[in-house]
Design a protein around this ligand. Structure first.
Ligand SMILES: NC(=O)c1ccc[n+]([C@@H]2O[C@H](COP(=O)([O-])OP(=O)(O)OC[C@H]3O[C@@H](n4cnc5c(N)ncnc54)[C@H](O)[C@@H]3O)[C@@H](O)[C@H]2O)c1
Ligand SMILES: [Zn+2]
Ligand SMILES: [Zn+2]
Length: 364
């Protein structure tokens, strides 16, 4: 049975993506089929298509999505047909050592649909992050569907499914930014800009945006940055002293590295105040290494943290953030740079590569 729909597939490393017909099975036990309404283009989709994540081609790309549940399989109680949902890549298991200790946001055994979507010749597809939402419909585990207020436009809601949640959560959840804090964010793409919006939401008093691109800094100011530093041509000490000058000479309480390179991590490490917090949310490539004097790691105190998916718990965070958006307190709509069709993903990758957009969002 199942049904045939259009989806965007990457067939091999570096090859342009193709819009093809895919087969989506009817939902089995614990599964749901979701009619996708919007799906953002994330850097991770480009990593998949370049072969940087795994060799399990063909991939069904797209993972930052919102839509309406069309059908659910046996035993599904958390969502029902007609529900407006955001798809998540953290369907918590409830059983693993993290879940059992009451820390489901770190769940080490998240799950996806058991059945496979396929090409029409039967070739199994690997859905990006277990989602695969550059498609008219997709099959996921029911736990990957988080119901939110249907008044939110899908273009906006879908963004919480990945990058924007990662940035908001890096500030709010991992960094624990609070009222009156000073914070600096290095790299103000979709993720860093969301960290800035999160810091404002949390009541930070000083919010410093750092990027090499003035367009990104202008966007960051719109989302709540109180200061902006263009770090092009600055060495580590130059960036650190610019942060210190804006924080009474001390450094920021929390510095978020939304780039993920040794040089930006060092800026974050030395740009924070004594006993401050570094949050690494940018994803480094495997060959990168970091060298720091151990005495500085000790002597500066504080905490060095990494943030996976903003340490979010979708069932707790997605509905709350959508409510704040609907109340006009979180400008998620500012992250949508353009809306595009399924045929425009390659062009969107180019724009992302050139830094022209925060988010291109596919509308179906
Ligand atoms: N931890 C997670 O769960 C998670 C989730 C989603 C994405 N990410 C990662 O977050 C990172 C950022 O993603 P994005 O979508 O915002 O990417 P992006 O390409 O939109 O933004 C990156 C920004 O960093 C700036 N930049 C690059 N080098 C810099 C430097 N040396 N100093 C200052 N700024 C610099 C760029 O100008 C750009 O504005 C990526 O590594 C991505 O893989 C992590
Ligand atoms: Zn678990
Ligand atoms: Zn993503």
């Amino acid at each position: 049975m199942g049904q045939l729909v259009r989806g965007v597939v990457a067939r091999g490393a570096g090859k342009p993506v193709e819009v093809v017909t895919i087969s989506v099975p009817d939902p089995g036990p614990g599964e749901a089929v979701v009619a996708i309404q919007a799906c953002g283009v994330c850097h991770t989709d480009l990593h998949y298509r370049q072969g940087g994540i795994s060799d399990d081609f063909p991939f069904l790309l797209g993972h930052e999505a919102a839509g309406v549940v069309e059908a659910v399989g046996e035993g599904v109680t958390e969502v029902a047909p007609g529900d407006f949902v955001i798809l998540n890549w953290r369907a918590v298991c409830g059983q693993c050592r993290a879940c059992r200790r009451g820390r489901p946001q770190y769940c080490f055994n998240t799950h996806n649909a058991r059945q496979k979507m396929t090409l029409t010749d039967g070739t199994e597809l690997s859905p990006a992050l277990g989602i695969g939402a550059f498609a008219e419909k997709t099959l996921v585990a029911a736990g990957q569907c988080t119901k939110v207020d249907a008044d939110a436009p899908a273009t906006v809601a879908g963004l919480l499914g990945c990058g924007v949640m990662a940035g908001l959560g890096a500030a709010i959840n991992t960094g624990g930014v609070g009222r009156g804090d000073s914070i600096a964010v290095i790299g103000c793409g979709g993720v860093g800009a969301a960290a800035i919006a999160g810091a404002r939401l949390a009541g930070a008093a000083t919010i410093i945006a750092i990027d090499l691109d003035d367009r990104k800094l202008a966007g960051a100011r719109q989302l709540g940055a109180t200061h902006a530093i263009n770090s092009e041509g600055l060495d580590r000490d130059g960036v650190v002293s610019a942060i210190q000058q804006l924080t009474g000479g001390f450094g920021a309480d929390v510095v978020i590295d939304a780039v993920g390179r040794p040089e930006t991590y060092q800026q974050a490490f030395y740009g924070r105040d004594l006993a401050g917090t570094v949050v690494l949310v940018g994803v480094p490539t495997p060959e990168l290494t970091l060298e720091l004097p151990l005495i500085d790691v000790f002597g500066r105190g504080g905490s060095l943290k990494s943030s996976w998916y903003g340490d979010c718990l979708p069932s707790r965070d997605f509905p709350m953030l959508i409510d704040l958006f609907l109340q006009g307190r979180l400008p998620l709509d500012k992250f949508v740079s353009e809306t595009i069709g399924l045929d425009d993903i390659e062009a969107a990758f180019q724009k992302m590569h050139h830094g022209d957009v925060l988010r291109s969002v596919v509308v179906l």
